[in-house]
Write a protein of this length. Structure first.
Length: 89
């Protein structure tokens, strides 16, 4: 899975912080609501059981994040024209 993000999509500087979090830890803190986390756990239940992951919320979330780290590729595109490149790099 590839997440493509370009400098033209930076509406707020906090977007860069979210991208940095994804790159450093594989997650964005407080991104999901409780209902969304329940749906995530339900969607990975079969794979987690096959991997012999404990069936508790923390272990399931850790399993999910480990899969994100393995499968997510982030591409950040910057144009060297203008000041954006110098500002962000």
């Amino acid at each position: 899975l590839t997440f493509l993000f370009s400098d033209t999509e930076i509406v707020e500087e906090s977007f860069l912080e979210d991208v940095a979090n994804i790159l450093s830890s594989g997650e964005v803190p407080n991104l999901y609501t409780g209902d969304e986390l329940n749906a995530i756990r339900a969607s990975i239940d079969k794979a987690a059981k096959e991997a012999k992951v404990q069936q508790n919320p923390e272990a399931m979330y850790d399993f999910f994040i480990s899969r994100v780290r393995q499968n997510l590729h982030v591409v950040f595109c910057l144009s060297y024209i203008g000041t954006s490149f110098a500002d962000y790099c």
